[in-house]
Design a protein. Structure first.
Length: 422
């Protein structure tokens, strides 16, 4: 990998196509469009085959030619290649032929899909010579950046809305990063980070390193196709915050097609947001191109609570082009979704996973996903980080003394709850 001729050639404006060298740039100076990584796909095709990929370690770096790095990665050696689990119980309960769960709730090291984007961003940060990195985060990115910057030996400043879940705050502080709670919404945190980047020579992963960072999301798409035996599903449901992941999954599928690693197959890409903050889904349902920002997000789904999504426009395009839909379940449906997924498949997802499950139920109900289809659910975060969302559903468990008699009394009392086999 060291000294390998780079397969990425620089940056390119998504709007006007103007090309830029591979530097710390993120907006086009002509049209203010976002910059994206540009690749030499012919060169990639001459170096990368499915068997080369399959001969490599089981991490996201098995697709490294399709990522914007020139030197060896500095983080994420165990990130990615999370399980793609066949969901037999869900298939039975919902009457759908094939359901798979892409389970980034167990991604290494911080149990969310954000470990993918941070692995790429920190590798770029090192290549550009930054000694300090940072981010604006709704929680999972904070965890991933804190842990991985500790591992990579970088200092970090992490700015979050002050009202995040305790697990996500402690789960960042533990790594020794500087964590700053901002009294405001994510959008206000993000704006502040933009100003910080203007003042200090730091690499903020989702601001001035954003073109590099965002490419890490593609690996979730590559893995899904590879783990399905190099094929694409009929449907995929993706949770949306800023709208980056969903657009990058589309890009990943397109690249695999272009490299002829998968054969042409239409995938309906559906987007999921929480009812209390669903600017992208609202625009979809209202059949408009314009995304009206949500000023005050009001939902338990804090990881997706971005009122003014940076990539909302591209997320809309992705969904519409694919023939997909959007859903925005209520907080009640989110909690039901978390429980349903846990009870059916033994997977405890965070609130964003409840949004995906709740959206799946709605799409199946509406006949948009039918019994003949194959479906992938993207579970992007771990339930232990948002347990306060579900604690209201449970009472403390019954307690007994350590005696068989007490145990039997309890069984008697609750015999209406259990069927005791003899
Ligand atoms: C960040 C995040 C997403 C998606 O984020 P985008 O900004 O749309 O790329 C999805 N799920 C979880 C749990 C997240 O933390
Ligand atoms: Zn431009």
């Amino acid at each position: 990998m060291t000294n390998q001729s780079a397969c990425f050639t620089g940056l390119k404006c998504r709007e006007c196509g103007k090309k830029y060298p591979a530097e710390v740039l993120y907006v086009c100076e002509y049209c203010f469009g976002p910059l994206e990584i540009d690749y030499d796909y012919e060169r990639i095709a001459s170096q990368l085959t499915r068997s080369v990929i399959q001969s490599r370690p089981l991490s996201m770096w098995r697709y490294r030619e399709l990522l914007p790095v020139r030197r060896d990665p500095v983080a994420g050696f165990h990130t990615g290649f999370t399980p793609l689990v066949r969901a037999h119980q869900l298939e039975k309960r919902l009457g759908v032929r094939e359901i798979w769960i892409k389970n980034d709730a167990v991604n290494y090291p911080t149990l969310s899909f954000k470990d993918r984007v941070v692995s790429v961003a920190l590798t770029s940060a090192k290549e550009f010579g930054f000694d300090t990195v940072g981010c604006a985060s709704t929680g999972n990115l904070a965890n991933a950046l804190a842990a991985q910057s500790a591992y990579a030996g970088l200092k970090s400043f992490i700015l979050i809305p002050a009202d995040l879940e305790e697990e996500k705050i402690i789960g960042s502080q533990i790594y020794g990063s500087t964590i700053i709670g901002v009294n405001g919404t994510y959008d206000q945190v993000n704006r502040l980070c933009g100003e910080i980047v203007g003042q200090y020579q730091w690499g903020f992963v989702n601001i001035n390193l954003r073109p590099y960072y965002a490419e890490g999301s593609k690996t979730m798409g590559y893995e899904i196709a590879e783990q399905l035996g190099w094929r694409l599903p009929d449907h995929i449901i993706v949770p949306m915050a800023g709208g980056s992941l969903i657009a990058k999954i589309e890009k990943a599928f397109k690249e695999l097609l272009c490299l002829q690693f998968v054969s042409e197959h239409p995938v309906k890409i559906h987007g999921a947001q929480a009812g209390g903050c669903s600017p992208i889904v609202n625009a979809l349902k209202e059949c408009t191109q314009f995304i009206t920002p949500v000023r005050k997000p009001d939902t338990i789904v804090k990881s997706l609570a971005i009122g003014d999504p940076a990539d909302g426009y591209y997320a809309l395009q992705t969904i519409r082009k694919s023939g997909g839909y959007g859903e925005n379940p209520t907080d009640e449906e989110v909690i039901d979704g978390i429980k349903f997924l846990a009870e059916c498949e033994g997977i405890f997802a965070e609130t964003a996973g409840g949004v995906v499950m709740g959206s799946a139920l709605r799409l199946i109900d509406k006949g948009i996903i039918t019994s003949k289809d194959s479906l992938v659910l993207c579970i992007t975060g771990n339930g232990l980080k948002t347990k306060e969302a579900v604690t209201s559903r449970f009472k403390a468990p019954e307690t007994i003394s350590p005696s068989l008699k007490d145990f039997e009394k309890l069984l008697d009392r609750s015999s209406h709850l259990y069927t005791v086999g003899v």
